[in-house]
Design a binder for this molecule. Structure first.
Ligand SMILES: [Zn+2]
Length: 55
């Protein structure tokens, strides 16, 4: 899957049973969920990914 913003290859992260498609080129993050996406959960994803990338 390619990034909808810049067409770079997205990386798939799995955290706490959820998957997210993340572009390391432009910072795009798409959350793959089966039962509707919630903006609040998306914000927590950004925090989780920030911690993940900080190591
Ligand atoms: Zn991108």
């Amino acid at each position: 899957m390619d990034c909808p913003r810049c067409s770079a290859t997205l990386k798939t992260y799995t955290l706490e049973g959820h998957q997210a498609e993340v572009c390391e080129s432009c910072g795009y993050a798409g959350v793959a969920v089966e039962h509707g996406s919630e903006p609040e959960e998306f914000e927590s994803w950004q925090d989780a990914l920030a911690r993940f990338r900080d190591g």
